[in-house]
Design a protein around this ligand. Sequence first.
Ligand code: SF4
Length: 347
Amino acid sequence: MNTRQPRKCVALLSGGLDSKLAIRIMQEQGIEVEALNFKTVFTCCQDMSAQAAHELGVRLTVLTQEDDYLPIIEEPRFGYGKGANPCVDCRIYMFQKAKNFMEEIGADFIVSGEVIGQRPMSQKRKDLDVISYHSDLEDLLLRPLSAKMLPPTLPEREGWVDRSKLYGFCGRSRKGLIELAHQLGIEDIPTPSTGCSLTEPQFARKVFDLIQIAPHRTRWDYELLKVGRHFRFDEQTKVILGRNESENTQLEYAFQLPDAPACELLEPENFLGPTALVTGRSSPEVRTFAGGLILRYTRRTPENETPTVRVTSSDGTTMIEARETVQSREARLITETEFEKAGARRC
Ligand code: SF4
């Protein structure tokens, strides 16, 4: 007779193969699973996690990252990966939140799909120990896919989970994981992706530029990194240009938000072209620069009229003539920053 008490765990679910497998392994052992997904300003895998939760038949809670996440990006204790991704610090943050959630719902332990050595940052053996330790979870954090390569955790020692039915995966190959997915009846095998813009080099440059230049940056500034082409005018001022209608609307929306800092919106008045948002300190020179950028990214200007741009700020609305200048013609996208040249601290 099986006298084991049914136990409950919280499983981090990104929607990727590893987290799906970790959940299915727990289900095979009769453990009740509550799935948890984190939404940060920079991630976009909620649809994947919702679909995965549905497929696995588990309840999903999505936690949104709070402003206390931003210092992690600005000064990560354990450094950056290839981009601006502070993965070890980020995982610690997520597991701390997961621990709170576990206590709130009366679950017994946490499960994650991490595999030793699978990701260059955050899944090296040493990183897994650092993450368990600094999230205060220690041996309440079970990684079923690599458990046999790690010391037994409390759920294994107490017999809540049968260690003999866990796995010893290690390294980057997905072959064994895919075979296991077939054995466990997981049909939908997602392609690997972090779904996190912080890992993308082009995006990372905008992050480092912001960290370096804007001391009073807020979540509003970070949200804007996902929108448009970014040009730096000087140390205080940046111009963001929409790349399509949707981004033009997003810039307009950001401009109107109650928590938006002082900024200006520039829109073509008598021709079709991108919207520009000026963040930081503006001046007649900045407006001329932004107007010139609008022209530079406009296919057709009015034939018999002077192209005009409407400038809206907290002081009201004015019109300026749009004309190309040497500076706007030669303006470069933010592609490299002093912060990067100085070698942002890598892990
Ligand atoms: S890839 Fe992004 S979301 Fe994932 S751990 Fe790294 S920083 Fe966090």
